[in-house]
Design a protein around this ligand. Structure first.
Ligand code: MSP
Length: 514
């Protein structure tokens, strides 16, 4: 039985349409999920929408619609974005689902049974944008300019509320971080969280009484759960919690992939809730960086919020995915612009990898009538190239296994460059007349190398790499298949290579997309 691997993204607020930051997270999670599937893991990949809370209520009011209608409409856009970007999720969860309400209530009851919930009154600061309570000492500015650590406005809130005894979990959390240095990554975020917890934890207000758009607190009329309590529970309810049915084997999650702004919720509140409820803890929380547009924060007022579907339409899904995973060092902030996408994709996909495949396969289609080249006369350079491919693909795998996505692609690119050097040095086009035996061996080596490179890069550019593999009749696409020595001869006996259409066309800078 394959070992389970459970990966989740944050669930997004459907208070507006998805932007490129949401797309970035989904794409990164998808690449990791696809990579893990290729290594033979039994992957469960969940994403979805976080539909309760005051932010949703206010957005609906501003749009003159009901919260449910807004949630339905926007959740549809988030799902459509995932589908347009080839996100291979297994479960798209919406927190308005009945089963999710039941799961959140079950978690609540488990925390109550541990004696960690008590009624009191909350008086303090709240940021609707972050859906977060903040201690006075965390705020900056005065009066109306008071801001949260995220720079969002805060408002004074006073209401009856249930509290979670977060203060009791300070030491257990510090012990958890000490015993599992990789629980929070990257290291800079881990250090921030450790400092925050060391500074002391106040009990957390976990219910609201001033509005009713949320999950009802069991046995407490007029209380809905604080939105983060039910939001975090999505990771369990998507597996059928509280029933420990067929999908429960995926818990604990291997990876919660989230943005850096919500690490506190995932690395402090969430493990504390789970410890209280007696549920196993996730293995890792990774806080990726933010995507900026030309180095600036995206905001509606600056007018630089770009629709990810439009970007994918302008440049292609694979090109967009490649750019985001290659250009941004995973964990750090990154910047995108149309020029940066075009430059990166043209240099690496169109001119290097795409051109390698296009030149090789069209030459075979034209000069060998599509027949796979025969063994010909081998040369040590051939074996050296294949060895370089094995190393490049292994380096990609090691890096991806460690979430060093950009470094993994860089290692893969070294394999592509090695092929291009080999092609230039061997010049098969010239060999056609002078030494056809040698030409066969060179082309055969190249087809094998292209296959290895295409299988490796599938998680990043799934649509294009699959097309390339189709062109050479390569059906086995998992990692174990990379070293398959027999593949070539088996395929050569039954397949032909048709004149290929270019898989990575050169991009032009569109006028309308900035
Ligand atoms: N609903 C909460 C998450 C609940 S998870 C139990 C939320 N939603 S969100 O819509 O604001 O953000 C969803 C994800 O997108 C978060 O991981 C967030 O960090 C990420 N991003 C939002 N803007 C982003 C960028 N500009 N760049 C990269 N990721 C960004 O937070």
């Amino acid at each position: 039985m394959a070992e389970p691997y459970y990966i989740t993204t944050a669930i997004s607020y459907p208070n507006g349409r998805p932007h490129i930051g949401h797309a970035y997270e989904a794409i990164a999670a998808d690449a990791i999920a696809r990579f893990q599937r290729q290594t033979g893991r039994d992957v469960r990949f969940q994403t979805g929408t976080d539909e309760h809370g005051l932010k949703m209520v206010q957005a609906a009011r501003a749009a003159g619609t009901s919260v449910r209608d807004l949630a339905d409409e926007m959740a549809g856009h988030f799902k459509a974005m995932c589908d347009a970007l080839a996100i291979s999720y297994d479960r798209f969860i919406r927190t308005t689902e009945d089963a999710h309400h039941a799961a959140s209530q079950a978690l609540w009851q488990a925390m109550a049974a541990s004696g960690d919930l008590y009624p009191s009154r909350y008086e303090g600061w709240y940021s609707v944008r972050d859906e977060a309570f903040y201690d006075e000492k965390e705020l900056t500015g005065e009066g109306k300019d008071r801001r949260s650590p995220q720079g969002t406005p805060v408002e004074w809130t006073a209401e009856e509320s249930w509290f979670f005894r977060l203060s009791a979990y300070q030491q257990p959390l510090l012990d958890l971080f000490a015993a599992n240095p990789d629980f929070i990554r990257p290291e800079s975020r881990r250090n921030e969280v450790v400092r925050f917890v060391e500074g002391g934890l106040s009990d957390l207000s976990v219910s609201r009484t001033s509005f009713d758009w949320g999950v009802n607190v069991p046995g407490a009329d007029g209380h809905v759960m604080y939105v983060w309590v039910d939001a975090l529970t999505n990771y369990l309810s998507g597996l059928g919690y509280p029933d420990e049915g067929a999908d429960w084997k995926y818990w604990p999650a291997d990876l919660h992939l989230i943005g850096k702004d919500i690490v506190r919720f995932h690395a402090v509140y969430w493990p504390a809730f789970l410890l209280s409820a007696g549920i196993a803890l996730p293995k890792q929380v990774f806080g990726h960086g933010f995507l900026l547009h030309r180095g600036e924060k995206m905001s509606k007022s600056i007018g630089n919020v770009v629709d990810p579907i439009e970007l994918a339409e302008a440049f292609g899904v694979d090109a967009l995915r490649y750019f985001l995973l290659r250009d941004v060092s995973f964990g750090q902030d990154g910047s995108y612009s149309a020029e940066a996408i075009v430059t990166r994709v043209n240099a690496e996909l169109a001119n290097s990898f795409g051109n390698l495949a296009q030149r090789t396969l069209s030459f075979i289609a034209k000069n060998l009538d599509g027949a796979f080249p025969g063994p010909g006369r081998a040369d040590p350079a051939d074996g050296i190239l294949i060895e370089e491919m094995v190393l490049a693909c292994a380096a990609f795998g090691a890096a991806f296994g460690n979430l060093a996505l950009s470094q993994g692609i860089e290692a893969w690119m070294r394999g592509v460059f090695a092929c291009n050097q080999y092609i230039d040095a061997q010049a098969p086009w010239a060999l056609r007349r002078t030494d056809p035996e040698r030409m066969h061996a060179v082309l055969r080596t190249l087809v094998r190398a292209i296959r290895m490179l295409a299988i490796t890069i599938l998680p990043v550019v799934p649509v294009a790499a699959a097309k390339m593999l189709d062109q050479i009749g390569a059906t086995e696409r998992d990692h174990a298949a990379i070293d398959d020595d027999g593949w070539y001869d088996r395929t050569a006996a039954t397949s032909r290579i048709a004149p290929p259409s270019p898989i990575f066309p050169r991009l032009e800078l569109p006028v309308e997309v900035g």
